[in-house]
Design a protein around this ligand. Structure first.
Ligand code: ADP
Ligand code: ADP
Length: 219
């Protein structure tokens, strides 16, 4: 369901972030992507929702070649994806509820059902009844849980998260990892990057390891 076939990504300016990366992630897997800073993790994740396009090679998502997807088809691709990337910050001038509602507003979801889904998503991440609060009034761990609720409110089949525990205390990080695990147990395919080797260790996840743009483990 996620297939990378000999994927390379060279940024304008000539920097090669990924070189000939190939792997396959099947439906329902939980996969941890690790590697040092600058190894290409964010780049790899951004190729999946077509935020970046590969310079060479093929990226297939649910059988669809997203490396050659026309721009107008990208919103449809993203409907099936839950995204928690570096650039997906919470809007600090909107309530928790409005933040989680955002993806449903963008896809033109009927408002009544959207409100129910938002409530369910907040409940799911342990923030039931906290919708009226503002993001900056929450702890770092709670803010990340809002971001998770926003990522899953569309009920995506694939959840992708880039360093979701980067700035969190270990106890909060474990809570976030447990949430990802629970979505995975409910059938969601999860791909999460981290440089914390201990995260998910108890679940013995499949690991993909990147080093300087090359996949050195897990293919
Ligand atoms: P990681 O997420 O593992 O830290 P990245 O994918 O962010 O790695 O970056 C891989 C390499 O690509 C780094 O050397 C980075 O500087 C470079 N890079 C990332 N984004 C861009 C960009 N938009 N333009 C040019 N170079 C970039
Ligand atoms: P189902 O329809 O059986 O609940 P889905 O395929 O729609 O299953 O979603 C898979 C799982 O993802 C759900 O069982 C639930 O654990 C979680 N999930 C995704 N989106 C939501 C949401 N908006 N509210 C609550 N749980 C959600």
């Amino acid at each position: 369901m996620i297939v990378f076939d000999n994927v390379a990504k060279r940024y304008p300016g000539g920097y090669t972030a990924l070189a000939g990366v190939s792997f396959e992630i099947r439906h329902g897997e939980l996969v941890v992507l690790s590697g040092h800073s600058g190894a290409g993790k964010s780049t790899l994740l951004k190729l999946i929702p077509a935020i970046e396009r590969p310079t060479a090679g093929t990226v297939l998502i649910n059988g669809q070649d997203v490396s050659r997807l026309p721009r107008r088809a990208v919103p449809y691709l993203r409907r099936n994806l839950g995204l928690m990337l570096q650039e997906s910050k919470l809007l600090t001038d909107r309530s928790v509820f409005e933040n989680v509602m955002l993806p449903l507003v963008i896809t033109g979801h009927p408002p009544g059902d959207a409100a129910k889904r938002v409530a369910a998503a907040l409940e799911r991440v342990g923030l039931g009844g906290r919708g009226r609060e503002m993001p900056l009034g929450l702890s770092g761990g709670e803010q990340q849980r809002v971001a998770i609720a926003r990522a899953i409110v569309n009920r995506p089949s694939i959840l992708i998260a880039d360093e979701p525990t980067a700035h969190l205390d270990p106890a909060y990080a474990d809570e976030i990892a447990a949430l990802f695990k629970s979505f995975n147990s409910a059938g969601v395919t999860v791909l999460v990057s981290t440089h914390d080797a201990n995260l998910f260790a108890a679940n013995k996840p499949r690991r993909l390891v990147l080093a300087k743009g090359l996949l050195t483990e897990g293919a």
